[in-house]
Design a protein. Structure first.
Length: 456
């Protein structure tokens, strides 16, 4: 998990937020942080000193000023080592060890069963993931199993599904659907860019234990509208997806966001303050909507603990979902993020990064391949065609010669009439396979073969 990979994933995420991109194909070269669409590296809570005029703003308090000044102090720009978040922990570091679970608030080393006991008073547990990491998903499954085994009433909140998929989620928990019928009924490949096999074991546990699930995500169009129009500019239906009172971005949010692009100097890449403010507003809308959906689901049963499976960026430093859900939820909120152990980038982690850190093995490659690109719908096109926004350095797409601005015409002989066809083709591929691509550049069509090979 090096800095270049973090920045590449950050770019993929923010292309997604800015242009309604599909970044689910950028899997093989993304880091073990968070990916876009809930994918790519993620930001939580960074501040905008000059919000859009339509956003309410009070005068800066002394506490606000202290937070802003602390967030601007230099201590390196790595997203895992920022001095932000809980004031009691942000100046402390944890050195994670493999297969070790640490309570960063006390320094206690816990077993999974002791974690369940520690969470006795917790209503919402946010468990971060890197969407293509089997190690992260293994931790999520263990947490769910131990909480269920402890006798708690457990429900599962899902970033990968919107509330509109609730009927399919209920049917799966009740054991009424097999894999294929669930994927079709839930719109898995419509809503999510990541391969079902990464999640299958978790969903089998959910079905075996008949755990309730709740779709938490918000349509991409709502996030983009918040970026472009501001919260007050949303139409009434979209505005109802967000809390009545939205927690404004903070200076720490901004610092975390910029860290995925290399630090404070990266602000220049956004051209002007208004563009940067729009990106931060989009992330705020994303986090706040998922917080609202989680709080409403928990209100139905005060005895339940909801475990939310979500990209780590929505969890980091308590600046994402946790910050937005606090005013809406009675009861404790806790955060847990797995961290790969062994690489130079993970030797030290800020103790404020999460309430619980779980050291997991590094994964040099993902289990399944990807093209390594992000795409967006071609403007003013009525055929669903997709243009390339970004190709990851060294990816299959880049090695095949695809560039930003190319328009995908077909993949393995199937017309590209939307993102779903790309996902379905790629989700049948394994390392060593090849993908036949036709793309259009400057009015000419070209045929290339993208070889899905792991790179040393």
């Amino acid at each position: 998990m090096n800095g270049a990979h973090l920045r590449a994933a950050g770019i993929a995420l923010w292309l997604s937020l800015a242009l309604s991109a599909e970044a689910g194909e950028v899997q093989a070269h993304e880091p073990q942080v968070d990916e876009a669409q809930g994918q790519g590296a993620q930001v939580d809570g960074a501040g905008v000193e000059e919000p859009e005029p339509e956003e309410a703003q009070s005068e800066e308090t002394q506490a606000d000023q202290t937070e802003r000044e602390d967030a601007e102090k230099p201590r390196g720009d790595h997203p895992l080592r920022l001095p932000i978040g809980d004031p009691e922990r942000r100046d402390e570091v944890i050195v994670p060890e493999l297969d070790t679970l640490v309570d960063t608030r006390t320094g206690d080393v816990l077993t999974p069963s002791k974690l369940a006991a520690k969470l006795a008073g917790t209503r919402l547990l946010l468990v971060g993931e890197s969407h293509t990491s089997e190690e992260f998903h293994r931790v999520q499954e263990i947490v769910l199993r131990e909480l269920d085994r402890s006798g708690r009433k457990v429900s599962v909140g899902l970033e990968m599904m919107p509330p509109e998929s609730q009927a399919a989620l209920d049917s799966w928990s009740a054991g009424e659907l097999d894999d294929d019928r669930f994927l079709e009924a839930s719109g898995w490949y419509e809503h999510w860019g990541y391969r079902w096999e990464y999640y299958r074991s978790i969903f089998e546990l959910i079905r075996d234990r008949q755990l309730p699930m709740h779709g938490l995500n918000v349509p991409r169009d709502v996030v983009r509208a918040a970026r472009e129009k501001g919260f007050d500019g949303l139409d009434p239906e979209d505005r109802r997806r967000l809390p009545d009172e939205i927690q404004p971005p903070t200076a720490e949010f901004k610092r975390l966001f910029l860290s995925y692009f290399g630090g404070g100097d990266a602000a220049h890449a956004f051209g002007d303050d208004e563009m940067l403010a729009g990106f931060l507003r989009a992330q705020t809308a994303w986090d706040a909507s998922m917080a609202k959906n989680a709080a409403e689901a928990l209100a139905e049963d005060p005895e339940t603990i909801m475990v939310v499976l979500v990209g780590s960026g929505h969890v980091a430093y308590g600046l994402g979902i946790a910050r937005h859900v606090a005013p809406m939820l009675e009861g404790e909120v806790a955060t847990l993020i797995p961290v790969p152990v062994g690489g130079e980038d993970t030797q030290e982690i800020s103790a404020s990064y999460a309430d619980f850190l779980w050291g997991v093995a590094e994964e040099p490659w993902t289990r399944y391949p990807s093209l390594g690109l992000s795409t967006a719908e071609v403007e003013d096109a009525d055929d669903g065609s997709r243009k390339v926004l970004f190709t990851a350095e060294g990816s299959a797409a880049a090695r095949a010669g695809l560039e930003s601005g190319d328009v995908l015409v077909s993949i393995d002989g199937q017309a590209v009439d939307g993102s779903e066809v790309i996902r379905r083709v790629m989700n049948s591929k394994h390392w060593g396979d090849a993908v036949e691509l036709r793309f259009r550049r400057d009015g000419d069509e070209h045929d290339v073969t993208a070889h899905l090979r792991r790179q040393p």
